[in-house]
Design a protein around this ligand. Structure first.
Ligand SMILES: Cc1cc2nc3c(=O)[nH]c(=O)nc-3n(C[C@H](O)[C@H](O)[C@H](O)COP(=O)(O)O)c2cc1C
Length: 191
């Protein structure tokens, strides 16, 4: 039987032009198994700050709906995000809050994986645990291992070229994407 191509959308938690997390995201297609197709998600930078009153009065903004549709259409979602103040960056959390409030919220049953790169030595670990809790609440099955925490990121990624220079990190990312493909396949087969 022909191998099914798995579509994964990547949500980058940093809006910064020179973002290390974006560099990681851009490096992923070359490290993914041959049956995984990775694409960047529609942007969330322009989402208004979530407010139940304006949501109820004006409905779901077009930009939010685009991201909802992209998540629904994908086989899996991969978050790549820094840690801000030991937690999820505000813009990304706001996006998740919006996504969580649409009818039949799109994370339910959707396979999720997480990567993070940060300046600190823990590489965004605290952000990951908070993001895992949000995904747990939203019924998104989230891959456990291997975990990708890219700590002291400026020593592992060349900011000029965007290349991941640390080969251990490269190897772990390959392993995680391979594990994520299997994780998705197991769940797609059950649907
Ligand atoms: C508002 C803010 C909060 C931050 N908080 C943390 C933190 O809690 N832990 C950490 O390791 N780095 C923290 N940093 C440093 C980021 O890890 C670093 O700037 C990283 O490069 C951001 O990711 P990016 O390059 O993808 O934008 C913070 C940076 C900002 C701007």
């Amino acid at each position: 039987m022909a191998e099914r191509t798995l579509s994964v959308i990547c949500i980058c938690g940093s809006l910064r032009k020179g973002s290390y997390n974006r560099m990681v995201m851009n490096a992923l297609p070359a490290l993914a198994p041959s049956n995984m197709n990775l694409a960047e998600s529609p942007p969330f930078a322009e989402f208004p700050i979530y407010n139940v009153d304006t949501h109820e009065a004006n409905g779901v903004p077009v930009a939010v709906q685009k991201l909802v549709d992209a998540i629904r259409a994908a086989d899996g979602v991969l978050f790549i995000s820094p840690e801000y103040n030991f937690s999820i960056p505000g813009g990304l959390k706001n996006a998740i809050d919006w996504l969580s409030r649409v009818k039949d919220q799109p994370f339910a049953g959707k396979p999720v994986a997480i990567q993070s790169a940060a300046g600190g030595p823990l590489g965004g670990g605290r952000m990951q645990y908070d993001l895992r809790r949000s995904m747990l609440f939203l019924n998104a099955p989230t891959l456990i291992k291997p975990e990708i925490f890219i700590g002291n990121v400026s020593t592992r990624i060349d900011a000029q070229t965007g290349q991941i220079t640390d080969q251990q990190t490269v190897g772990l990312i390959r392993q995680q994407l391979e594990a994520f493909a299997k994780f998705i396949e197991e769940r797609v087969a059950k649907r």
